[in-house]
Design a protein around this ligand. Structure first.
Ligand code: NAD
Length: 358
């Protein structure tokens, strides 16, 4: 049966890096139908909206969405609802994407790109799983109110509400344990259970769900300690699962351990493993259309698509190994170039990955 994938290249370098990922997907001999639609600024230009109904329908009816990047300075003066970035929020909401998976991998060949000592980060391969739809970012009530009593009576006060429902924690826990099963079977749940009720509740549910995954070792860490351990000994981690707020911060910290934004893929999944796959970087308008962009984060996003939405683990590994091979061959786009390596453009990097695949 043909599997439909929605391909939304978007803006800036989006189209050129997406093209390389499509070439990779098309070369695997799978029965895939890659269907294109506009998104972001490109969709605003053609349809007057960053996420037109046709694009949304295509995404909903596809097994997965391969998403390039959106945004350009020229859209900065649009009202918020029409800005390119709204397309991502709209897709997350419509598809119910609650689990954000961000691997932080540092290939030994790129160890010098990190600001940390090579021995700390070389060979790093961790996965951060962030809950994406709950927590203090969406909790109600929120706002600014005038206090009626207490030591600050009469003053205005800004406030937000942190909460997690049991089903919200259970579903991200299952994604986390299953992701750990596909890796080294070590899961660290990060919270602030020494201070926050929401975190203690989160921890209790994690422990409960763990009984269904006896092959995975579950540990817990307070978020302040996790932030330290990520720079002290990041290779101690395998999979980290955490809430929306802590995940927002820790996933960026982990990304920076690798030092190379052009190498980092990401996935956002819903309960039926339908997912949106995109590089962690933006649309890089400064280098768009110049054949300079690194397509590897996008190609690695396609590998995640194969693994998590299509369950083609072996093909995913093949693609990841092809990326390793081109790095071993010394090929580098400008963002990861260092002396003694060979500078190539976006399409040449794509060619090399294809060659390594076959
Ligand atoms: P950016 O990630 O686009 O670029 C930051 C820097 O990294 C730039 O110098 C860029 O040239 C470089 N870079 C990024 N990806 C690269 C790649 N694959 N290869 C080589 N170099 C690469 O971030 P920014 O400049 O802050 O934002 C640019 C636009 O992207 C903005 O409109 C922003 O809103 C948007 N953005 C979109 C997303 C998304 O689509 N998910 C994420 C972040 C930013």
């Amino acid at each position: 049966m043909t599997t439909q994938i929605a391909v939304l290249p978007g803006d800036g370098i989006g189209p050129e890096i997406t093209e390389q990922a499509e070439r990779v997907l098309n070369s695997l001999g799978l029965d895939l139908s890659l269907v294109h639609a506009n998104v972001g600024g490109a969709a605003y230009d053609s349809h007057g909206h960053p996420l037109p109904p046709e694009t949304l329908e295509l995404a909903k009816s596809s097994a997965a969405v391969l998403f390039g990047a959106v945004g350009d300075w020229k859209y900065d003066n649009l009202v918020r609802e029409l800005r390119p970035e709204q397309a991502i929020l709209g897709l997350r909401k419509a598809l119910g994407l609650f689990a954000n998976l961000r691997p932080a991998i540092l290939y030994p060949q790129l160890a010098n790109a990190s600001t940390l000592k090579p021995e700390i980060v070389s060979g790093l391969d961790i996965l951060i799983l962030r809950e994406l739809t709950g927590d203090i970012y969406f909790g109600q009530p929120r706002g600014v109110r005038v206090l009626e009593d207490g030591p600050f009576a009469g003053q205005k006060q800004g406030f937000d509400t942190m909460h997690y429902a049991e089903s919200e924690v259970r579903r991200i826990a299952h994604v986390a344990f299953q992701a750990a099963q596909k890796r080294n079977k070590k899961l660290c749940s990060v919270d602030k259970a020494n201070v926050l009720e929401t975190s203690q509740f989160w921890r209790d549910i994690m422990i409960d769900v763990a009984s269904e995954y006896p092959d995975v070792t579950l540990s817990h860490m307070y978020v302040d300690n996790a932030a330290m351990q990520l720079v002290r000994a990041p290779k101690e981690f395998d999979v980290i699962v955490t809430g929306n707020l802590f995940g927002d911060i820790l996933s960026d910290e982990a990304a920076m351990l690798t030092g190379s934004i052009g190498m980092l893929p990401s996935a956002s999944l819903n309960a039926s493993n339908q997912g949106l796959y995109e590089p962690s970087h933006g649309s890089a308008p400064d280098i768009a259309g110049q054949n300079k962009a690194n397509p590897l984060a996008m190609i690695l996003s396609a590998a995640m698509l194969l693994r998590y939405s299509l369950n083609h683990d072996a093909h995913a590994t093949r693609v990841e190994n092809a990326v390793r091979t081109v790095l071993e061959q010394g090929l580098r786009t400008a963002d990861i170039y260092e002396e003694g390596t060979q500078l190539v453009g976006t399409s040449e990097m794509g060619d090399a990955v294809l060659k390594a695949l076959n």
